[in-house]
Design a protein. Structure first.
Ligand code: AMP
Ligand code: GLY
Length: 451
């Protein structure tokens, strides 16, 4: 039976691995590098996400038939192209994700904005430039607030909403002159500020057909009421009740299909997960950004609701000779709702301490709801301490093993239930049983629906 490799160490990767593990096709799951939670469903291998050569050796050695890439960085750096250059897919070692040419849809905001303009995909008005004087003179024509974005990857730090010209000039100086984001800020996008509800739409594509997941909503700000600095995502839920069938049809027809077709026409066939960050504005649905991978934390609730075999889905996107045709598979979801509350280290998204002991996890893992997959504690920034981690085999943790924190986002406490309200309550019930020194989480995930 096939082995699978998941590249990454976040909650999204734990969730993808958890779902892949349920596939009758999958024998064993490897994670590179994985986290303290993935160790209980597979084997963690200490290889970095950009160590393509080591990854390719692992794939051959462990006879891995499908690699699933979590984060954007290796995709934008060309991991899929690397697999092809090493003849891995040709030898039965497939990889799910777009090539470098297609991953540019996330890797360069300047590209993705001009792509949307060319292909008439609705988005905020913008200019892109590498020139300081051009950027500053454009400000004369702007109404505030405006949004200034570094074009390249910036791990969530590349977007600034500027309330006035002074702030805008400082931001332009930061990116273009002071190079606070390095090369990622060599080119900037200045765009119109959009108002409305923000939603996340994830879709799978084999380069031709598009299949859409249930709509999800992330909560990017650190504090309740959407206040404070942006984070990687403090919680999410799906489906989003105010997104109607008509809106989903519009998103499919006006945004997703033209994007996949446009990429194909431009010689950038997109196979993988296309993530559209959308704003539901008064003047229609507009794209805020495209990502070339699954969302984090949107993937966590979506994996609890997805009823298909994830291995079949991902394999059929990437392997044209797979036993099932992607175009013939219908995505199926539970009629329930799911919610993920992210628990973070105190101080995140700024400086935070690591190595804090997490208590309460063992008691939860034995509950009936956990066993049934109705509650899942997805790990992100965690490690297993005080045990011979390297000797731990799948599902066998020594009595002495302790889970400690190792990152900003620590756990994604995820529950599903027959209503969104109930899913949210269940997630918070679980969250209240877990603790670590300095922990923090938002108390209002789902507030835009519950209000
Ligand atoms: P991005 O990385 O482009 O998705 O931007 C990060 C966050 O900034 C988004 O999730 C939005 O909350 C906000 N944002 C980005 N672009 C705009 C815009 N044009 N208008 C309003 N908010 C925006
Ligand atoms: N949840 C936002 C992202 O994955 O980029």
């Amino acid at each position: 039976m096939p082995n699978v490799l998941v590249i990454g160490s976040g909650g999204r990767e734990h969730a993808l691995g958890w779902k892949l593990k349920q596939s009758p096709h999958v024998e064993k799951i490897f994670f590179a590098p994985g986290n303290g939670g993935t160790i209980s469903i597979g084997e963690n291998i200490s290889i970095g996400i950009n160590e393509f050569h080591k990854i390719s050796e692992l794939v051959r050695e462990k006879n891995i038939s499908l690699t699933v890439v979590g984060s954007e960085e290796p995709l934008v750096n060309g991991i899929v192209d690397y697999y092809y250059s090493q003849h891995l897919p040709q030898q039965g070692h497939f990889i799910f994700g777009p090539t470098k040419l297609a991953a540019v849809i996330e890797g360069s905001k300047a590209f993705s904005k001009s792509f949307m303009l060319r292909n008439k995909i609705p988005t905020a008005e913008f200019i892109s430039t590498r020139n300081f004087n051009e950027a500053v003179s454009h400000l004369q024509k702007c109404n505030y607030p405006i949004v200034i974005k570094a074009s390249g990857l910036a791990a969530g730090k590349g977007v600034t909403i500027c309330e006035n010209e002074k702030e805008a000039i400082t931001t332009i100086e930061d990116f273009l002159v002071r190079k606070t984001l390095g090369d990622s800020g060599n080119e900037i996008v200045i765009e119109e500020f959009l108002e409305g509800e923000e939603i996340s739409i994830l879709a799978l594509s084999d380069g031709e057909t598009v299949k859409t997941f249930l709509p999800a909503q992330d909560h990017k700000k650190i504090y309740d009421g959407d206040k404070g600095p942006n984070t990687g995502g403090m919680g999410s839920y799906a489906p989003v009740p105010f997104v109607t069938k008509e809106m989903l049809d519009e998103i499919h027809n006006v945004i997703l299909v033209p994007t996949i077709q446009g990429m194909k026409n431009e010689g950038r066939e997109f196979r993988g997960c296309l993530f559209a960050g959308l704003m539901l504005t008064k003047s229609g649905i507009k794209v805020l950004e495209f990502n070339c991978r699954f969302g984090d934390p949107e993937t966590q609730p979506l994996m609890l609701l997805l009823e298909n075999d994830l291995y079949d889905l991902l394999m059929s996107c990437t392997n044209v000779n797979y036993e099932k045709q992607f175009s013939e598979i219908d995505l199926r979801f539970s009629h329930q709702s799911a919610c993920c509350v992210v628990m973070v280290s105190g101080g995140y998204p700024g400086k935070y301490e690591k190595g804090k002991l997490i208590s309460g996890l063992d008691d939860l893992s034995t509950s009936l709801r956990c066993a049934q997959g109705d509650d899942v504690i997805f790990h992100a920034g965690t490690v297993i301490q005080n045990s011979q981690t390297s000797n731990l085999s799948e599902g066998v943790l020594s009595d002495k093993s302790q889970t400690t924190t190792s990152g900003g986002r620590v756990l994604g406490v995820t529950s599903k239930a027959s209503s969104l309200q109930e899913a949210i309550s269940k997630s918070y019930e679980l969250t209240s049983q877990i603790s670590f020194d300095g922990m923090f989480y938002r108390k209002d995930i789902g507030h835009r629906v519950l209000k």
